[in-house]
Design a protein around this ligand. Sequence first.
Ligand SMILES: NC(=O)c1ccc[n+]([C@@H]2O[C@H](COP(=O)([O-])OP(=O)(O)OC[C@H]3O[C@@H](n4cnc5c(N)ncnc54)[C@H](OP(=O)(O)O)[C@@H]3O)[C@@H](O)[C@H]2O)c1
Length: 275
Amino acid sequence: MERKLLGASGVTIPEIGLGTWRYTSGPEPLRRGIALGANLIDTAEMYRTEAAVGEAVAGIREQVFIATKVLGSNLRYDAVLRAADRSLRLLGVDKIDLYQIHWPNPRVPIAETMPAMAKLVSDGLVDYVGVSNFSVGDLQAAQAAMPNVPIVSNQILYNLRRRGAERDVIPYCRQHDITVIAYSPLHEGALVSGPAGGRVRRALGLNRGQDALADVAAETGKTVAQVAINWVADQPGIVAIPKSNSVARTEANCNASGWRLTAGQRRTLEQAFPV
Ligand SMILES: NC(=O)c1ccc[n+]([C@@H]2O[C@H](COP(=O)([O-])OP(=O)(O)OC[C@H]3O[C@@H](n4cnc5c(N)ncnc54)[C@H](OP(=O)(O)O)[C@@H]3O)[C@@H](O)[C@H]2O)c1
């Protein structure tokens, strides 16, 4: 498993981590992923999977980098502190490695939220602060409101079918040493199942992306899921966090690291899935 620096933190995280939205399995898929080097687990108070993550990391806590999130509706100063306390208890840990703001909330001034994030760091309850679904403007305002603690990551929707972040957010994050944590790298599974096929769709060129994925998968001897994840994660400053309830699919997803698509294969995919 290849690893990447997390923002300006000096620590590294795997380029493929484990998502847990709609995670309904017991500890095994997460434990298998951790054993294969995918020791970044992403959860959130919203997902109601923090207890399941806590169960999976029990006894191996020090091997795992736990990322969780405060809900966008809990961004008042005291609400952030209370949410972190709940997450710590559900996870069964005494420190959150990466605490992320799940969504910006225009009804709560960011100047109120960020000092609470900084307090969690100075109290030793959180190691690193990240955000999620933040635009360039949101990132600038959040960092200005927390001058002494670097924002190390921005978790955003990014996959072959959703490449809009390449226009602004990804370049900005690279310039400012903010790691992009790409969520839904399989587009919630849709990149694997693809749209319903058929001659009409094919004739209209609507299957172009899925066909390109299938072609590159055949060429590389990898699965479509592995190609889609590798395309995301094998980019500077970006890691991907696919989610799976299955041990076998978690293993397969971890094996999306450690090899490269050729420049030509990347081009084929990018032309078939334009920004
Ligand atoms: N910050 C945010 O706002 C936000 C939003 C969405 C997601 N996220 C995070 O990002 C993580 C990943 O995103 P996601 O869960 O939306 O979508 P995803 O990882 O793109 O796709 C997950 C879906 O793909 C299936 N799948 C996984 N591996 C597969 C494989 N190798 N072959 C075939 N199917 C496979 C899963 O089914 P099985 O489980 O049955 O394998 C599941 O249905 C989330 O779990 C969450 O941690 C964050």
